[in-house]
Design a protein. Structure first.
Length: 50
């Protein structure tokens, strides 16, 4: 199950990076920037198993 979760995170990160590689103009808007940061937080945030 952990492997599946890690793969999903990799896929999500890949998607974010792909979007940013197309154009960083998206980050000019505050709302969009917040959205990207939230997406990154969900990728990197890991819950404690306890």
């Amino acid at each position: 199950m952990r492997i599946l979760e890690e793969q999903e995170k990799r896929d999500s990160l890949h998607d974010v990076l792909l979007e940013l590689s197309k154009s960083q103009d998206i980050l000019r808007e505050s709302k969009e920037r917040v959205s990207f940061f939230k997406r990154l937080e969900t990728i990197y945030y890991t819950r404690s198993p306890f």
